[in-house]
Design a protein. Structure first.
Lengths: 364, 342
C-alpha cells in the first residue's frame, strides 16, 4: 500500500515535469519542420500585420516562397528571434541593450514602413480642426491642463470658441508600439514627461482612462464629450475620425497624413536605423511617427540554417523595401522615404553568411 | 492529496494483478470446477472474464483522467512559480502591497490590481445574489419547467442558460457601447465624476455574467427538496413564502452557496469584458465609481508587449497571485459549505 502510493506520487511528479518540459521546447519543433528554404518564419508586431499579410501573399504568388508571420506582438517577436525559433522578428521599437545582449550576436534593424500616431477628440458642436503645440499636448497628458478653455489651448486655437469642459484623457491600456511612439515623442519634447513618466510600450499614466486597442480608445473618445485620445493614423483614416494638427520642430502645424508621415523619416538617419523619428527635423514632417523594423541576425549562419534559407530571407526583404513599398499607401502605411530606403539597403547588404555578404548572390 | 492518492488501490505497478479491494475479487478462473462445469463450453466464464477486463480498463481510464487533472494543476502552479522567479527575487513579498506599477522604471506592485479584482468580484456577487436567488426559487419551486407545461418557465431557463453561453468579449462590447453611456448619465445625476467606465460598470457586467451559475445550481438543489417536508410545512399552516423561507432555503443553502462560490470563481478570473469597461488605470480605486484594473485585465493588456525579463516575470507573478487568491476563495467557500451542511 505504502509503496504503491509513493509510486503514484512519483508518477504525478513525472507527469508535471513532462508537461512543463513540453511547454519549454514547443518552439523548436516549428523550426525543424520547415528547415527547407521554401517557408520562412516570422513573428512580432501586430501593427504591421495587415501589410505583411498582403505582401507575403503576393510574394508567394510571384516566387513560391511562403512566409508564415505570426502577429503576436513586438515583445513576443523579439523573444522568438532571441530563441532562434523564427527567421525574423518585427518590432515597433528597436531592441533594448538588454535584449541585444540576450540575442548574443549582432542583429540588424531593417525599416519596413512607418506609421503615425494621431490625436482624436470629441468636442460637441466643434467642426474645426484643432491645433496642438508640443507643450500643450504634454500638459494635457501630464494633467496640468485640465479644461478645454485653458488659456494655453485657447490661444493657439483663436478661430475656435473652446467649451468650458473638463478634458477626459484617454490612452491605450494594452502595451503597444503606438504608445511607445507617442510616449517617446512626449519624452523628447517635455523634460517633465521624461523625468516623471518616460517612454515605453506601456507606462504609468499620470491621468486618464485606458482603452484596449485602437477600437477601445476610439470607443471611449466617441462616447465621452470632452475626450482626447491617440490612435494609429490608419485607424483614424478608416473610421473618419477628427484628427488634430500638431506643431513640429520647425514650427509648422502639420496635418497627419501618409505624405507627412513619409516626409518625417526623410532626414539624416543613423547607419543602423535604430532611431525614433519623432519630433522630426523635416520641415513638412508630422512629428509623432515611427518605423516598424524587421529584425534579423547579421550573421545568418547559426544553428542548422542552410545558406539557401538565409538567401531567401534577404531576397524577401530586398523585395519588401523596394517593390513591396507600392502597397503601403493603400493600407494607410507610410512608405519608406528615400533616405530610409538607402539606409535599409545598406543594412541588408551587411547581412552575411559565414562572413560573406549574402546580397551579391541573392540580388534578383 | 495523499488521502486521495491512497483511496483507490488500483495497482499501476503490476497491471496484470487483480485489484485488491477489501472484498475478495471475483475471479472466474478460480471458480470450483463443479460450478464451472454447470455451464457448457465455459461461455459464461469467458463472458465474465471479458466483462471483468472491461471493468478494469474503464477504471484505469478514470484513473488517468484524475491524474491528468492533478498533473495539470500542479504543472500550471509550477510554471507560474518558475516564471515569477525574477520578480520574486526583485520584489519579494513587497510585491503584494506595492502600489506602483511602472514598466518604465521597472517597479512593480500588485496592490491596485488585487484591490480591483476583489472589489469587482464581490460587488458583482452582491449585485447578482438577489437575481440568481429569485430565478432559482422561481424555476425550482414556483414554475418548474416540466416537459410540455410552463412555456414561460422553459423560456426563462433557456434564457439563463444562454447568458452563460455568450462569449465575454460580446459582453465587453455591449458594456462599452450600451452600458457605459447609461452609467455616465447616472453618474452625472449622482454628482460623481462621469467616467462611465470603472469598478461599478465592471461589477454590473460581471454580475450579469455570473447569474447563470448560481441560478442553475440553485434551481437544481431547490427542485430536490423532498415533497414530504414541504407538505409537512403546509399542513402546519405555513404560507408558501413561509414554507420557502423555513423549509426550502435552509434545506438548499449549501447548494445555493456552492453556486455562489462558482459565480465568484468566474468573476475573479473574468478578463475580456472587465478589461473593456474598467478604465484600466494602475491606481488604487478611490471609490466604486473610479476607474481601476484587475489582475486578469493587466495580464491581458500588457502581456503581448512586455519586452523585458523582469516585466514579463512580474506579469506572471500577477497570474500566480490570481491563482492563489482563487484557491483561497475556493477553500474558504468549501469550509463554509461544510459548516452549513454539518
Amino acid at each position: 500500500m505504502k509503496y504503491s502510493s509513493w509510486f503514484k506520487l512519483a508518477l504525478v511528479m513525472a507527469g508535471v515535469v513532462g508537461l512543463s518540459a513540453c511547454g519549454g521546447h514547443s518552439g523548436q519543433s516549428t523550426q525543424q519542420s520547415s528547415s527547407d528554404a521554401q517557408t520562412l518564419l516570422g513573428a512580432g508586431s501586430t501593427f504591421v500585420y495587415p501589410l505583411y499579410s498582403k505582401l507575403f501573399a503576393l510574394y508567394h504568388q510571384q516566387t513560391g516562397i511562403r512566409v508564415n508571420y505570426q502577429s503576436i506582438g513586438s515583445g513576443g517577436g523579439i523573444l522568438q528571434l532571441i530563441n532562434k525559433t523564427v527567421d525574423f522578428g518585427d518590432s515597433d521599437a528597436p531592441l533594448t541593450a538588454d535584449q541585444e545582449q540576450q540575442a548574443g550576436t549582432p542583429v540588424v534593424h531593417i525599416p519596413i514602413c512607418s506609421g503615425a500616431v494621431v490625436l482624436t477628440y470629441n468636442l460637441p458642436g466643434i467642426q474645426d480642426t484643432l491645433l496642438f503645440t508640443p507643450n500643450v499636448l504634454a500638459g494635457i497628458y501630464l494633467g496640468t491642463i485640465t479644461r478645454w478653455n485653458d488659456p494655453a489651448l485657447q490661444s493657439i486655437n483663436p478661430q475656435v470658441k473652446l467649451p468650458d469642459l473638463p478634458i477626459a484623457v484617454v490612452h491605450r491600456s494594452d502595451g503597444s508600439g503606438t504608445t511607445n511612439i507617442f510616449t517617446n515623442y512626449l519624452a523628447k519634447i517635455s523634460p517633465d514627461w521624461k523625468n516623471k513618466v518616460g517612454a515605453s510600450t506601456s507606462v504609468n499614466w499620470p491621468v486618464g482612462l485606458g482603452g484596449k486597442g485602437n477600437e477601445g480608445v476610439s470607443g471611449l473618445v466617441k462616447q465621452t464629450p470632452g475626450a482626447i485620445g491617440y490612435v494609429e493614423l490608419a485607424y483614424a483614416i478608416q473610421n473618419q475620425m477628427p484628427v488634430a494638427k500638431v506643431q513640429n520642430a520647425s514650427g509648422h502645424f502639420i496635418t497627419p497624413s501618409i505624405a507627412s508621415t513619409q516626409a518625417a523619416s526623410n532626414i539624416n538617419l543613423p547607419a543602423d536605423a535604430k532611431v525614433f523619428v519623432t519630433n522630426t527635423s523635416a520641415p513638412d514632417g508630422y512629428p509623432i511617427s515611427g518605423f516598424t523594423w524587421a529584425i534579423l541576425y547579421r550573421e545568418q549562419h547559426y544553428g542548422d540554417r542552410s545558406r539557401a534559407r538565409a538567401e531567401e530571407l534577404v531576397k524577401l526583404f530586398w523585395w519588401v523595401i523596394h517593390d513591396g513599398q507600392a502597397y503601403c499607401a493603400n493600407l494607410h502605411y507610410a512608405p519608406l522615404s528615400p533616405a530610409a530606403t538607402t539606409t535599409a539597403e545598406k543594412l541588408l547588404q551587411s547581412v552575411t553568411f559565414d562572413g560573406q555578404p549574402l546580397l551579391h548572390a541573392a540580388k534578383p | 492529496m495523499t488521502r486521495f492518492l491512497m483511496a483507490k488501490p488500483l495497482r499501476l505497478s503490476a497491471p496484470q494483478a487483480y485489484p485488491t479491494t477489501d472484498k475478495p475479487a471475483f475471479r472466474p478462473d478460480k471458480l470450483s470446477p463443479a460450478y464451472a462445469g454447470q455451464h457448457k463450453g465455459n461461455s459464461l466464464l469467458k463472458y465474465i472474464s471479458l466483462a471483468d477486463r472491461k471493468d478494469k480498463l474503464f477504471r484505469r481510464v478514470l484513473w488517468m483522467g484524475g491524474l491528468t487533472i492533478l498533473c495539470l494543476v500542479l504543472g500550471i502552479l509550477l510554471t507560474l512559480i518558475v516564471g515569477a522567479i525574477p520578480s520574486l527575487q526583485a520584489f519579494g513579498i513587497r510585491f503584494l502591497w506595492g502600489k506602483v506599477w511602472n514598466p518604465v522604471n521597472q517597479v512593480f506592485g500588485a496592490l491596485p490590481f488585487l484591490v480591483g479584482t476583489l472589489l469587482t468580484s464581490f460587488l458583482a456577487l452582491l449585485i447578482s445574489i438577489p437575481f440568481s436567488l429569485s430565478i432559482a426559487i422561481f424555476l425550482g419551486e414556483y414554475f418548474p419547467p416540466v416537459k410540455g407545461r410552463n412555456r414561460f418557465a422553459h423560456l426563462v431557463r433557456e434564457a439563463v442558460e444562454l447568458i452563460a453561453g455568450i462569449p465575454s468579449v460580446i459582453y465587453g462590447f455591449w458594456g462599452l457601447f450600451v452600458l457605459v453611456p447609461v452609467i455616465r448619465k447616472l453618474e452625472m445625476s449622482w454628482h460623481v465624476l462621469p467616467y462611465g467606465v470603472g469598478i461599478f460598470t465592471a461589477s454590473l457586467i460581471l454580475a450579469i455574467m455570473i447569474i447563470p451559475y448560481a441560478a442553475s445550481l440553485g434551481r437544481e438543489i431547490i427542485a430536490l427538496v423532498p415533497q414530504d417536508l414541504k407538505e409537512a410545512a403546509y399542513s402546519l399552516g405555513a404560507t408558501r413564502w413561509e414554507m420557502i423561507r423555513h423549509v426550502v432555503l435552509p434545506y438548499a443553502r449549501s447548494g445555493i452557496f456552492a453556486g455562489l462560490l462558482l459565480s465568484l470563481g468566474r468573476a475573479l478570473g473574468e478578463t475580456m469584458a472587465v478589461t473593456m469597461v474598467i478604465g484600466n488605470t494602475s491606481e488604487i480605486p478611490q471609490s466604486i465609481f473610479s476607474p481601476g484594473n484587475t489582475l486578469a485585465s493587466v495580464i491581458a493588456n500588457e502581456f503581448t508587449e512586455a519586452a523585458s525579463r523582469l516585466y514579463l516575470s512580474a506579469l506572471i507573478e500577477l497570474g500566480l497571485v490570481l491563482f492563489v487568491v482563487t484557491t483561497c476563495m475556493h477553500l474558504i467557500g468549501k469550509t463554509i459549505i461544510h459548516r452549513f451542511s454539518a
